[in-house]
Design a protein around this ligand. Structure first.
Ligand code: UGA
Length: 494
């Protein structure tokens, strides 16, 4: 009898499923909005009343380009609503996407699974008919199988409730594009019914020719951490090369360009600089190491320790270079810190290299003023003691050293001549290798970046014109070889 009902209502789940999305952060809010745009009726759920109130009133509570417009559009269809009521969600949905956070546990490398467990069990306890719970959060391998057992045991729906894993690969700053047009879809399933349901709900995306990989639960969980580990490793690889270049005055920019010519290596995620941060890559490579040790495969991913350590050293090196630019001591030196977000087009400051460097400079006695076009509020929440400027001009006025920490367009597009007129001393560390080195040098700036040779900074307050001329000459030499060759741009990464 149960099987018959299952098949009857299971057909509805496949044909016109109603969707809930649990957790309305970057991932969940975007997923809910995009699913409504695809034509589904969607209910977003979160325990955070402020977040739900904001979304219900049509406001996205974080910075994500294109998402406010998409929310507007989805709300106007009447297909999208948000709630804090779990029982309403359990009754409403046929497919329940879990998009809650799995942050790093304090004092441990492990992921904190409290939110994912709570969301799954709270829903399951109130689901009474056939339904599919689909995990999208990044979790340690083994979590999905454990949760599947648990939700089927405790739910009144019993075995009519299934659980699948469908990892999400969206990048902040590109969330809408990555959700509606992903590189690939990965379905981790333990039944053909779950696969059918997932193929059905993603039909509009699959019809675009998006590749899909269907596998077991464990593999699908691993795909996500393997992908993020690979990306982190690639970034740390080029930053390790930057360290080697620094030891012999070689140029990691040219080195990266030369590597990028090889299709097997490619230029993406090969931009040297301050390294990776954010709410994903750092905690994912740590949680992966932790879980790998638990399952007896610790040796296989031990290299991730180095990946993390190389990443951390870039931050220390940036502080060292600012100190050098300041003439040896940071005490009382007025510094303009440009950027607080972990990358441009995001207001996310979780594990942000930019904010970390600004904070360290302040801890060493510098008079730091931070400016970020979007992340000021979040930066203030983390470091209330860090002075924030309301504009680029305000941050730079009177600065003795400037440090570019997040490569926002506003900073890349600013004219070095205009900026030079604002500062007390035109000295800049371009920690993201994002500025026009030649333009800055021509405008009289002492310009430094990580992993590339530059002449010593003169000790006088302002660089003499002779010193500027020398730097220009050396810079021409540095870039000549690269210009002779066919340029292979390192594609801009989010
Ligand atoms: C990352 C992954 O790229 C997504 O595929 C994944 O879905 C997401 O994590 C997640 O797990 O949810 P995201 O954190 O938005 O996305 O940021 P990325 O674009 O990967 O950038 C991560 C960090 O690497 C940034 O701090 C960025 O500045 C840095 N980066 C990137 C470099 O230092 N060099 C590069 O060449 C590229």
């Amino acid at each position: 009898m149960r099987t018959d009902t299952h098949h009857l209502t299971a057909a509805r789940v496949t044909a016109t499923p109603r969707i809930t999305v649990v957790g309305t952060g970057y991932l969940g809010a975007t997923h809910a909005i995009c699913m409504a745009q695809l034509g589904y009726e969607v209910l977003g759920v979160d325990v955070d009343t402020a977040k739900i109130d904001a979304l219900r009133s049509g406001r996205v509570p974080f910075h994500e380009p294109g998402l406010p417009e998409a929310l507007d559009q989805a709300m106007s269809t009447g297909r999208l609503d948000f709630t804090t009521d779990f029982s309403r969600a359990a009754q409403f949905g046929d497919i329940h996407f879990l998009c809650v956070g799995t942050p790093q546990k304090p004092g441990s490398q492990a992921a904190d699974l409290r939110f994912v467990e709570a969301a799954a069990t709270q829903l399951a306890a109130q689901i009474t008919g056939p339904a599919l719970i689909v995990g999208k959060s990044t979790v340690p391998v083994g979590t999905a199988a454990m949760l599947r057992e648990r939700v089927r045991t405790l739910s009144p729906a019993g075995r009519a409730l299934d659980l699948a894993w469908n990892p999400e690969f969206l990048r902040e700053g590109f969330a809408v594009q990555d959700t509606l047009h992903p590189d690939r879809l990965v379905f981790g399933v333990a039944s053909t019914w779950a696969e059918q349901v997932l193929r059905g709900v993603y039909r509009p995306i699959l019809e675009e020719g998006t590749p899909v990989v269907v596998s077991d639960l464990a593999t699908s969980e691993l795909v996500k951490v393997a992908a993020n580990s690979f990306l982190a490793t690639k970034i740390s690889y080029i930053n390790a090369m930057a360290e080697v270049c620094e030891a012999v005055d070689a140029d990691v920019g040219d080195l990266a360009r030369a590597l990028a010519h090889d299709d097997r290596i490619g230029g993406r995620f090969l931009r040297p600089g301050l390294g990776f941060g954010g709410g994903c890559l750092p905690k994912d490579i740590r949680a992966f190491q932790h879980r790998a040790r638990e399952i007896g495969a610790g040796a296989a991913v031990r290299f991730l320790e180095d990946v993390d350590a190389i990443n951390a050293r870039r931050r220390s090196r940036a502080v060292e270079l600012v100190r050098e630019l300041a003439g040896g001591s940071l005490l009382g030196v007025r510094i303009a810190a440009l950027g607080a977000a972990f990358k441009p087009d995001s207001d996310d400051v979780r594990d942000s290299p930019a904010l970390d460097v600004a904070h360290r400079l302040r801890r060493e006695g510098a008079d730091v003023v931070v400016y970020d076009p979007e992340a000021a509020e979040n930066a203030h929440r983390v470091h209330p003691d860090l002075p924030l400027a309301a504009s680029l001009t305000e941050a730079m006025r009177g600065a003795q050293v400037t440090v570019l920490l997040t490569e926002w367009d506003e900073f890349r597009e600013a004219r070095p001549e205009s900026l030079a007129a604002l500062v007390a001393e035109p000295r800049i560390l371009d920690a993201r290798d994002a500025l026009d080195a030649r333009g800055y040098t021509r405008a009289g700036w002492a310009y430094r970046t990580l992993g590339r040779p530059f002449p010593p900074v003169p000790s006088a307050a302002h660089p003499t014109s002779a010193a500027v001329a020398v730097r220009e000459e050396e810079l021409e030499l540095c870039t000549a070889a690269a210009e002779d060759a066919e340029p292979v741009p390192l594609p801009a990464e989010p």
